[in-house]
Each structure stands twice: as structure tokens, then as C-alpha cells.
Design a protein around this ligand. Sequence first.
Ligand code: NDP
Length: 295
Amino acid sequence: MSTATIIDGKAVAADIRAELAARVATIKRERSMPPGLAVILVGQDPASQVYVRSKERQAQEAGFKSVAYRRPDDISEEQLITLIEGLNEDPSINGILVQLPLPKHIDEAVVIHAISPEKDVDGFHPINVGRMIAGEHSLLPCTPLGCITLLKRTLGDLSGKTAVVVGRSNIVGKPMAALLLRENCTVTMAHSRTVDLPGVCRGADILVAAVGKPKFIQGDWIKPGATVIDVGINRVDDGDGKSHLVGDVDFAAALDVAGAITPVPGGVGPMTIAMLLRNTLESFCRANRVDCAGL
Ligand code: NDP
């Protein structure tokens, strides 16, 4: 028997994009210059191409200036940094995103450090990471920010809840834990060396899965009534030349136990791009002294 509420990230993301589009329309009427997002794509990775096209399209639909810089995979690190430095100086660009992963000959850390922290709409620059950990204002990483937004819309106040984050990557798991802590959750970070992972997960009021393994979290690892956020995006071969996406949670089994759960696709994924646009608008507002209250 299915009991869990399905958290419709696609619908929430559409609402947020509509709110952002309304704010951008007002800005364009009053100032003529829209917020600008630059996305840099290096090489031909098919998944990255799809992500960049969606970011470009959704930014344009919401009224942003959106520019994609597509570069061959033999671009040098120096050339890439020169491109970023030019965008750092460009007043019509408020957000700079470098689509990861980059080719092996380019050091991702060096590239991320080259982005101005004020335009780092992915929230990966160490200055923004440090500010986030210190509880200061900063641009926050899009996927964890999208997860927190869904959690707050589902549960309201998160204070005092026990949260378990499975996965400790710099782009999802670690910032997710930091943001849950900021919301006054009691947070456990689990990873590949965690002892008794099923038992750790069973203690969670909020369970966030960011592992990258299809259907890894089993139904009987979930506390009855828990809220489950499935960050995983895994492409699974159907064997007949077709494939489909699944998350890190066994969704069918979780439906019987959880109180609420995000589907894959249609859960966290759409929120990530909505948060990217939100961050770009916030960066614009700060640069141009426009009120961004309520963003
Ligand atoms: P990483 O591969 O960087 O990190 C995976 C984490 O999972 C690691 O910390 C690893 O632990 C942990 N892990 C691996 N195996 C186990 C195990 N057996 N038990 C417990 N923990 C384990 O992945 P990302 O964080 O980049 O991505 C995670 C998932 O989220 C992927 O499916 C990715 O596609 C998806 N994703 C979705 C986004 C969205 O917009 N919805 C955005 C970004 C990612 P250890 O550190 O010990 O190795």
C-alpha cells in the first residue's frame, strides 16, 4: 500500500521560475539591463550538453540574458581562465557557471578559484564555502539549496529533526549537511566507511541520498514517516537499447514507508536549475543595489 506523499519538485521549480521571471520583468522595465548568466561548456560530454541547453533555455524563458560559451576539449587551462577573467569584469554578467566535469588536463579547483566569488552562482568557490560554514551570507550551492527549499515547503520548520545525509561530496553531501545544520537539524553524514548504514538511516526524520548508486537505499532502511530526498540521477540500461533514470533510493519500496519522497526524475533535478537562476538574480541585485528580499 502506497502511503508517502510525492514531493513534486518539477511543480515547485516551475512556481519559483515564474516568481523569478516576474521579478526579472520588473527589473527590465526599470533598468533595461536584465540579470546575465554565462555558462561555460568544455568538450562534448552528452550529459553536460543536455544540462547546459536546459540552463540556457530556462534562463532565457525567465527573461535573463543567457550566454553559453562552448569550447573544444583541447582548450588550455590558461585560455579557460582568460575567458573567466573577462566575464568577471563584464558588468552584464552576474553569474558564471563552468559545467563540470572538465577534461583531465584542466585542474577544476584552479578554474573554480578563478571565478569571482560574487559571480560564483554554483557556490563552489572556497570563499563561498567558508562563508556558508561560518553562517555568513554567501551564494549557496544549487542542489543542496534546492533540497532545503523542498524540505521547508514540505515540513515547515526543520528545527530539531534528525537528518542523515548519505554521501559526502563537495558539491552535494557536505554542503547539504551544512545547510541542514543551519536549519537546526541534528545531522549525521554517512559515507562508504559508515558502519551499519541501514541502522544509521533508520534514525533519520530526514534522509538525503546522494550516493550515485541506483536504488541503493532500501525500503527497510527508512524510518516510518520520514521525509526522503533522493538526489541521485542514475541512468539504467533496459537491455533493448533503451534506458531510464532512477534515483539512489528504491522508490517503490520507499513509498510504503516514507511520509514524503522526491521522485527521480521530477524531484531534486528541476530545483537545481531554479536555484541557479535564483542565485544569478541575487548576484544581480547585490551588484546593482536592488532589493532582493524574499528571494
Ligand atoms: P560522488 O560520487 O562525488 O559522491 C558519492 C558519495 O557516496 C561519496 O561520498 C561516497 O562515499 C558515497 N558512497 C559511495 N558508495 C557508498 C556506500 N556503499 N555506502 C555509503 N556511501 C557511499 O557523487 P555526487 O555527490 O557528485 O553525486 C551523487 C548523486 O547525485 C549522483 O547520482 C549524481 O548524478 C547526483 N547529482 C544530482 C544532482 C541534481 O541536480 N539532482 C546534482 C549533482 C549530483 P566516500 O566519500 O566514502 O567515497
